[in-house]
Design a protein around this ligand. Sequence first.
Ligand code: ATP
Ligand SMILES: O=C(O)C[C@@H](O)[C@H](O)C(=O)CO
Length: 336
Amino acid sequence: MTYVSFPASRKKDFTAIGRLCIDLNANEINRPMEETMTFTKYVGGSPANITIGMSRLGMETAFIGKIAGDQMGRFIQSYLEKNGIDTSNVVTDNTGAVTGLAFTEIKSPTDCSILMYRDNVADLLLQASEVQEQLIADSKVLLISGTALAQSPSREAVIQALTYAKKHGTVIVFDLDYRPYTWTSDEETAVYYNLAAEKCDIILGTREEFDMMETFENNPDHNDQVTAQKWFDFSAKIVVIKHGKEGSIAYTREGLSHRANSYPARVVKTFGAGDSYAAGFLYGLMQGWTIERSMSYGSAAASIVISSHSCSDAMPTVEQVNEYIERCNRGEIIPS
Ligand SMILES: Nc1ncnc2c1ncn2[C@@H]1O[C@H](COP(=O)(O)OP(=O)(O)OP(=O)(O)O)[C@@H](O)[C@H]1O
Ligand SMILES: O=C(O)C[C@@H](O)[C@H](O)C(=O)CO
């Protein structure tokens, strides 16, 4: 059964809009930030990671965003291009804004956190007038992520991108990607998240992210089915609620639900799980696979990334995901 129809014959399979940043991942793992001395630099930002993941899986991809006009911005642009991502709608800031930094603290495989430096960041300065309508019209999928809604003018840029996607029948995916910094209140966050989600065909988020969106609603038991059902009265066809190691559950407009278990992993750090899951899941759906198979593929991609040091650089190819699944089936991956 096909739950989402992707438009045929478009130049791009997948375009994302939002932040392009730098991850600085601790080299000395299993210790607090205070004792961490060195870091490795990677391209980061959730929508960037997902786009890199889609590109590694063989999809034709593009990115809409804004980078700082400095060495960090050029590093990001060149990494995207090396990964086959069309950067023709990656705009360079000329106001002196900087690149967002995410320092990761890896205290243990289950206790990881991110320290963000996001004052005057270029990614939140993308303007609505800088979003290329034609690129969205040429794409099968547009992915938005919540953080870009946190401030103007990036907020308006995302809403304009949604308008173009609706006009051209581009499938819209919303990865909630809720990061509390840059938002000023729970009310502001919930209002903008809800407004955007009304327009989206596929919504992916964790239970905690959906809880934030339900600030003004009555779902005292945090019931996944209640959460998903609301969105089927708008545009959604699939709502996926992720539960970390416990796996994920997808609801469809037809009233069905599908569960996926996580794959075993030798976890180095947990961040990046959601981004790789999104890439694997969306890749599967775009191949016309069942929801179960797509979720399982996303879960395997997630296990690969959390078993690695980086998020973006560790995004797997089709061969790597297939091999990982085979190794798991043979019982060769012993979870940490
Ligand atoms: N400890 C784990 N072991 C194995 N798989 C995991 C683990 N944590 C997450 N996953 C896999 O990744 C998927 C998404 O994880 P999660 O629910 O943590 O998303 P997320 O919070 O968006 O991730 P992120 O930490 O990147 O923000 C899960 O459905 C599961 O398949
Ligand atoms: O999203 C960010 O800004 C940080 C990410 O790049 C980081 O790698 C992560 O948290 C992935 O989910």
